[in-house]
Design a protein around this ligand. Structure first.
Ligand code: SF4
Ligand code: SF4
Length: 260
């Protein structure tokens, strides 16, 4: 009798994060049942009591690296994983917690914790790719359910996921949205932000604040010029680049051009 093919073993790992991207996986509901039928969800603390031992065909990694222990743990995850996909702004660029990269961490810990001497932390929050090779990155804070299902389906089919690298502006055009910046003078990071959300915010008449991080070759300097025309001063420009993807190189550098 021919042997039954083994289902791919999948693990979901958490580092420094809010769990929102893991919740996107749980939110897949119907799709998750199909995924659960196609894979062996061997380690996913949010949903199962699976085993942490052994090797995995696919690891989904949420969260950023913020402690010396994280550095060792992510290397171990990499060693055990055939494919490693990072999910979300924390894992791809360090997340909102990367604001520490521009501040004095010792000062922060002394303000926040009663016993800062008990806190063992790095001075920076960085994405997973700064520490180990990553096979694919899924953007967003949180990630898009549609892109997550597409990425897992692509992995199962042995093909590259279809996640276009163009800007949110293209998604707006595809939806037939009126441009919030041109029509209403609303500041919007859509021209430099990676697609994936389906132009969620502009579809509700608000500007994009860049939660999917930078698109390929974004012209951030040109957008800053336009945002200034719309009334933003230096302080506002500095702040607009310092959010969920503050440590992604194009946003980090543009933020630095408008203050420390
Ligand atoms: S990327 Fe956003 S939603 Fe995902 S874990 Fe980080 S903070 Fe939470
Ligand atoms: S429009 Fe921008 S801020 Fe809103 S969900 Fe999409 S990428 Fe995130």
């Amino acid at each position: 009798m021919a042997g039954v093919a083994r289902k791919p073993r999948v693990a979901v790992w958490k580092f420094s994060s809010c769990d929102g991207c893991q919740l996107t996986l749980l939110d897949c509901e119907d799709e998750l049942l199909a995924v659960a039928g196609a894979v062996d969800l061997a380690y996913f603390p949010e949903a199962t009591r699976g085993d942490i031992k052994g090797r995995y065909d696919l690891s989904l990694v949420e969260g950023s690296i913020t402690t010396p222990h994280d550095v060792e743990r992510v290397k171990d995850v990499r060693r055990r994983s055939k494919f490693l996909i990072t999910i979300g702004a924390c894992a791809t660029s360090g997340g909102i917690q990367a604001l520490r990269n521009f501040a004095d961490v010792k000062e922060y810990t002394s303000i926040v914790y009663a016993r800062p001497d008990f806190i063992e932390t790095l001075a920076t929050s960085t994405g997973i790719a700064d520490h180990v090779p990553v096979d694919f990155e899924l953007r967003g804070c949180p990630i898009s359910k549609r892109q997550l299902v597409e990425t897992i389906a692509a992995f199962l089919a042995g093909r590259k996921p279809v996640t276009p690298p163009h800007s949110v502006c293209v998604e707006c055009k595809l939806k037939g949205n009126v441009c919030v910046m041109v029509a209403h003078g609303t500041p919007c990071l859509g021209p430099v932000t990676h697609a994936g959300c389906g132009a969620l915010c502009p579809s509700y008449d608000r500007g994009c604040y860049g939660c999917f991080g930078p698109m390929e070759t974004p012209n951030t300097a040109s957008l800053s010029k336009e945002l200034r025309v719309l009334g933003m001063d230096e302080r506002a420009l500095h702040r607009v680049w310092r959010t969920f993807n503050a440590n992604a190189a194009p946003f980090r550098e543009e933020g630095q051009r408008h203050g420390r």
